[in-house]
Design a protein around this ligand. Sequence first.
Ligand code: MD6
Ligand code: FE
Length: 217
Amino acid sequence: MTADLFETVPDVRPSREAMADGAVLLRGFVKPFESDLIAALREIVAQAPFRRMFTPGGHQMSVAMTNCGSAGWVTDRSGYRYDGIDPNSGQPWPTMPTVFCQLAVQAAIAGGFDGFAPDACLINRYEPGARMSLHQDKDEQDFAAPIASVSLGLPAIFLFGGPKRADKPRRYRLEHGDVVVWGGPSRLFFHGVAPLADGEHALLGHQRINLTFRKAR
Ligand code: MD6
Ligand code: FE
């Protein structure tokens, strides 16, 4: 029997996988946006370079961050907050590119959330070994809006827990092009990212980039 009997055309449809009530994993959702998205990302990073911020407790994060949009998430010795100004430049964060906004809004719709209007996009860069400990996203003013999270570059193990820190997280492998949207009953669930394994991604090299879109204000 010859191998080509089993060949199929690649399945380019994004898939939809429920993670919890209000949380959905859209594998491959980025594909139609990919090249414009990465070009826009490079421009943002040229204006507002990645930097490793400090937690209020004085620890430097292993993940490097920047932002675009009218509100940027920052952390320093005084706490976590959203700020319209990049503290490194004293200038407003780069404007949210149209392609970023379109991707986030369309993913939110696919996840069951109409009318998402993100004003903040936190951009996380993981190099091998970087991780994010379990946390809740609760610095936003209105928890009615969902969060859309876009994974690019190297794959990561995403830890998705529950409403209590002690809830045992489930592990999801997030790959380049995957989007997670969550809100509603799971909006405040604990989550994190396991230490990034090394590897090389064809477009982004030895790193994972995560974009999280929020309505902060
Ligand atoms: C990350 N993501 O995937 C970290 N937060 O690198 C988050 O912390 C996150 O993916 C809120 C909602 C979705 C997320
Ligand atoms: Fe988060």
